[in-house]
Design a protein around this ligand. Sequence first.
Ligand SMILES: [Zn+2]
Length: 289
Amino acid sequence: MFRWWRRRRRARILAAPFPEDWLELIEGEVALWGAVPESERPRLMDDLRLFVAERSWEPCGGITLTPPMCAVIAAQACVLTLGRSVDAFDHVRSILVYPTAYRAPDVWEDEAGVVTEEVDEREGEAWEWGTVVLSWQQVIADARNLHGRNLVLHELAHQLDLLDAIGEATLGSAERRAANRRWMASFLEAHERFVDEVDRGRRVKALDEYGAEDEAEFFAVATESFFERGAYLREHHPELYQVLSEYYNQDPASWTLPRPKPGRPAETGRERRRRRREEARRRAKRHKA
Ligand SMILES: [Zn+2]
């Protein structure tokens, strides 16, 4: 019954013309849109309309959240599932959007069991029970350029299941199990190599050092790089690229990237490290592992 109802509802949504004002804002703000091959765009347009329709969008901190803004977020999120199905986001129920970085009370526990309570500033987060929180200012700053960092890709990657798939290496068909085992070996090896390099104070090309936090963060930052500068990631981390390419069923290294648009000044490395250190502190409690 549910499937039938959903199919009907989806058909009705997709029968309507694609809203002009959505397309205008997406084309103006989302650099990834220009990178996705033209042949894939009709599918992306369908998926993003379903993504917008099937989530609860919650404006926070006084923001006026318009449908075209939701479409800008959805257009980036749905690039992640272009090679699979937008159903991979079924469990993501709500998207909270703040105008800028937001302050939130936080309670966290370190490895020694020391519990700290404080208020901190955040740009975005993904909760285990299917909620994603985003700062619109950061969404737009990241959307405009293909720098290998993108808040929407990062937080929505946390909602996907590569790590679950790897953890379920003993489930599914023989073929599925073999692929999961292969992914697990390559992915964990790439993560270990990366952590080693970062621990030695070396800069690793094409991957943000924040990925050294744990496997979940490594997957999220590798995902940002994979879609925003796939050829660069493939050049420096071919095995990792291969895992992601099979998992996402896409090959962004082959995409023709659009020319960069002049936008706001990009976040500096120091700002990004600060943002990500803050995220790291909340990771233990809130992030989907
Ligand atoms: Zn993260």
